[in-house]
Design a protein around this ligand. Structure first.
Ligand code: PLP
Length: 526
C-alpha cells in the first residue's frame, strides 16, 4: 500500500468506524455465532497475491462484525465497561505509525517523558498522595493489564521482603536463609479479590491465601479480618509479604476498609514488610470526583496502586496505570542490564528506563492516547462522565426498590454497579423482610448488603429463577448483563458506564428485567 492508497483506505476506514459508532446501539449487543463460525467463512490459506483494500474492508462487516460483542454499545452492561473514544483512537493511530518499542529512554525520549508526565497528571486528577508522584521516590508506569501490574509488584514485594529478611547475611548463610524464607512466603488477597492475585502468586512461585469476607461488612476486607488471618498464618509459621486490597471488587464493587487495614498492619509492626497493593482497576476512576478524594488519601500508607484507564476512563485498551511509592523497589527487583542495553544516558542515572518497571522489554507508546484523552475532555469532562454514571446507578437502584415485589438488591449501587436477585416469594411491597438491614455507608460508599437471610429451599428457588431470567435476557440479545454468585446468592450485575450510555438505556434495561422476570415467574407457576 503506497501513501495515496493509504490515504484513501484510511479515510474509508475512519468513515466506517464513525458509522459503526453512530449505529452501534441498534446492533444485537452480544454475538450469537456458533464456535468455529469464522473458519467456515475464511479460506484455508492466505492469498498468494495481495488483495485490494476495498475487498479486505468488505469483510469487516460481512465476516468480523457477526462475531463481535459490542462493548461500545450503550446496551452493554456486563462485566465492567471498556470505554474507547475518538481522541483515544487517534492516539492509537499515531502510536501505530511511530511504532517504537521504547524500552530505554534513548529509544524515543518522547515516549518515556510523555509517560512520566501524563501519569503525574493522572495522579493529580485522582488525588493520589504525593508519594506516588515521580518528583519524589515514586512514580507511575503504563502496563498492559492489571494482571501484569500485580505480577510485577508481587515480584518486587518478594525481593524486598527477602532482602530485608536476609539483611547483613552473606554467602552460604544468606543463600540458606533466602531459600528457607522463600518456602514460607504467602501472598494475600481477600475472598473477593480478583483472580489475578492468585495467578500472580502462581507465576511468582509463592503460596496464595484469601482472607474471608462477610456480607455484614459489605464483602470488604476489614482490619479485624486481616488481624485474625495474620495471627493464624503466624501460628502456621507462614510469612505474608504481599496483600492485594481492592477499591471496587469484580463481583459487587465492594471497597475494602483501607484505614483499618493500614492500622492493623501498623499495630502488627509489619507495615514496612508486607507490600500493600490497591487494585482500583475500575472504580479508581471515581477518584476524579472531589467527593471521593478522602478514599485516595488513605493510600499514602500503601505501596502501589493501579487503575485501568481502559475501563471507565475513556481510553481504549490497553492503558493500565500502575503507581509505586518507591520506584527503586521495582528497578532493583527487575533490572537486568546486558551490555547491548547500556548507553551513556541510562548509565548517567538521569533518565527513566521503563523496561526496569515491567515484565516485557519492549513497550508501546500508550501515553499518547492518555494525553489526547486528558486534553480533549479536561478534568471537568472526566468528572461529568463519571458522575453521570454514578447518578444513573442510584436511579437504577431506586427503580429496583420500587419493584421490591419482584427484585431485591443484593449489594446497593457502588460506582454505578448494582447487584440484584429475584425477590423472595410472599414478599409485600414496601416492607423490610426479616434479616434485611439498611446499607452501611463507609467512606461515602454504601457497602453492606441489604439482603435478607432465607431458607435454603427458598434460596434454591430464587437462584433458579434469577438464573433463568438472566439467561433469557442475554439470549434475547437486546442488552448484555453478567451474573455473579454472591455468598450463595445467584445475582445479576448491572453496570451501565460507557460513554454512550444514558438514563434511557438503563431504563430500558430495567423494563427488560421486569418483563422477563414476570414472564419467567408466570411460566414457573404454569
Ligand atoms: N482487578 C479487578 C477488580 C478486576 O475487575 C479485573 C478485571 O476486570 C482485574 C483486576 C484484571 O484486569 P486485567 O484484565 O487488566 O488484568
Amino acid at each position: 500500500m503506497n501513501s495515496e492508497e493509504f490515504r484513501k483506505a484510511a479515510h474509508s476506514a475512519v468513515d466506517e468506524i464513525i458509522d459503526y459508532f453512530d449505529t452501534v446501539q441498534d446492533r444485537r449487543v452480544v454475538s450469537n455465532v456458533e464456535p468455529g463460525y469464522l473458519r467456515k467463512l475464511l479460506p484455508p490459506a492466505p492469498p498468494v497475491e495481495g488483495e485490494k483494500w476495498e475487498d479486505i474492508q468488505k469483510d469487516i462487516e460481512a465476516k468480523i462484525m457477526p462475531g463481535l460483542t459490542h462493548w461500545q454499545s450503550p446496551n452493554f452492561m456486563a462485566f465492567y465497561p471498556a470505554n474507547t473514544t475518538y481522541p483515544s483512537m487517534l492516539g492509537e493511530l499515531y502510536s501505530a505509525a511511530f511504532t517504537a518499542p521504547a524500552f530505554n529512554w534513548l529509544c524515543s525520549p518522547a515516549v518515556t517523558e510523555l509517560e512520566t508526565i501524563v501519569l503525574d497528571w493522572l495522579a493529580h486528577i485522582l488525588h493520589l498522595p504525593d508519594c506516588f508522584l515521580s518528583e519524589g521516590k515514586g512514580g507511575g508506569v503504563i502496563q498492559g493489564s492489571a494482571s501484569e501490574a500485580i505480577v510485577t509488584v508481587m515480584v518486587a514485594a518478594r525481593e524486598r521482603y527477602l532482602n530485608q529478611a536476609c539483611e547483613g547475611l552473606e554467602g552460604k548463610e544468606r543463600e540458606e536463609k533466602m531459600n528457607c524464607t522463600r518456602g514460607r512466603l504467602i501472598a494475600l488477597g481477600s475472598e473477593q479479590s480478583h483472580s489475578s492475585t492468585a495467578k500472580a502468586a502462581l507465576i511468582a512461585g509463592v503460596r496464595y491465601k484469601s482472607i474471608p469476607t462477610r456480607m455484614e461488612d459489605g464483602l470488604a476486607l476489614t482490619g479485624d479480618g486481616l488481624r485474625m488471618a495474620l495471627d493464624e498464618y503466624a501460628r502456621d509459621g507462614l510469612e505474608p509479604f504481599y496483600l492485594t486490597t481492592t477499591l471496587g471488587t469484580t463481583g459487587t464493587c465492594a471497597t475494602d476498609q483501607f484505614y483499618e487495614i493500614a492500622e492493623t498492619l501498623r499495630k502488627a509492626h509489619v507495615s514496612t514488610r508486607i507490600w500493600v497493593h490497591v487494585d482500583a482497576v475500575y472504580a479508581g476512576a471515581a477518584l476524579v470526583l472531589d467527593e471521593y478524594q478522602h478514599i485516595a488519601d488513605q493510600f499514602a500508607a500503601f505501596d502501589s496502586f493501579n487503575i485501568n484507564m481502559h475501563k471507565w476512563l475513556l481510553t481504549n485498551f490497553d492503558a493500565s496505570c500502575l503507581y509505586v511509592r518507591t520506584r527503586a523497589d521495582l528497578t532493583s527487583a527487575l533490572s537486568i542490564t546486558p551490555s547491548y542495553l547500556r548507553n551513556p544516558f541510562s548509565d548517567s542515572g538521569l533518565v527513566t528506563d521503563y523496561r526496569d518497571w515491567q515484565i516485557p522489554l519492549g513497550r508501546r507508546f500508550r501515553a499518547l492516547k492518555i494525553w489526547f484523552v486528558l486534553r480533549s475532555y479536561g478534568v471537568n469532562g472526566l468528572k461529568a462522565h463519571i458522575r453521570k454514571h454514578i447518578v444513573m446507578g442510584e436511579k437504577f437502584a431506586a427503580w429496583v426498590r420500587e419493584r421490591d415485589d419482584l427484585w431485591e438488591i443484593v449489594t446497593p449501587p457502588a460506582f454505578a454497579l448494582t447487584v440484584i436477585t429475584i425477590a423472595l416469594p410472599a414478599r409485600s411491597k414496601g416492607t423490610l423482610p426479616d434479616g434485611m438491614t439498611e446499607p452501611r455507608v463507609t467512606d461515602g460508599v454504601a457497602t453492606s448488603n441489604t439482603l435478607p437471610s432465607t431458607s435454603e429451599e427458598n434460596r434454591d428457588r430464587t437462584n433458579a429463577l434469577t438464573k433463568k431470567i438472566y439467561e433469557s435476557i442475554n439470549a434475547a440479545g437486546e442488552i448484555f448483563l453478567t451474573s455473579s454468585v454472591v455468598k450463595g446468592i445467584y445475582s445479576i450485575r448491572i453496570v451501565s458506564a460507557n460513554e454512550k450510555a444514558d438514563e434511557a438505556h438503563l431504563r430500558r434495561a430495567f423494563e427488560i428485567l421486569v418483563d422477563t422476570a414476570e414472564m419467567v415467574i408466570s411460566e414457573s407457576k404454569a
